[in-house]
Design a protein. Sequence first.
Length: 177
Amino acid sequence: MNKFRFLLLIVILLFTTYACSSGSDSNQPAAIQGTSPSELAPASQNTQPADRQDNPATETPEEASSQIGLEEPLLPDINLPEIEQMTPRENAGLKPLFEWTAVDGAEWYALVVKNADGQTYWAWMGPENSIYLGGTTTPPGDDRAGPFLEDGMKWAVIAYDAEDHPIAASSLRPISP
């Protein structure tokens, strides 16, 4: 069972890395996020239509939020109930406590932290609905070895039931020290 969960976590991390890197590029409109690669035309230097290239006032709200780094779906192609993230977006500290609302029926959670480039920086899985960066349930000192929060990072969590099926997910949400 633990090997299956580990493999499932690896698959999720790979999927989210791909989804974030293909859908969060600031040169791409948010409308293509969640679009399969076969549906996309080859990328060019400027993907905005000619009539919108020099007029940022014509951006849709989705495009604007994509460019300023607001929340985005972790699993864009799967419609799951939203998990509420309670950790503050700013001034979270170098080793923040990631905390979210418990999900009825959840046996375990998978948490992922992405760096500013959208790459997986740190991941964790377990039954708790809060965990410090680094994987402890007690506050680690800022001088303790291990991962630490940097500007531009984002985090998300997925809840799984006893059969290891995802039953809820949060958005990929910005967090800063």
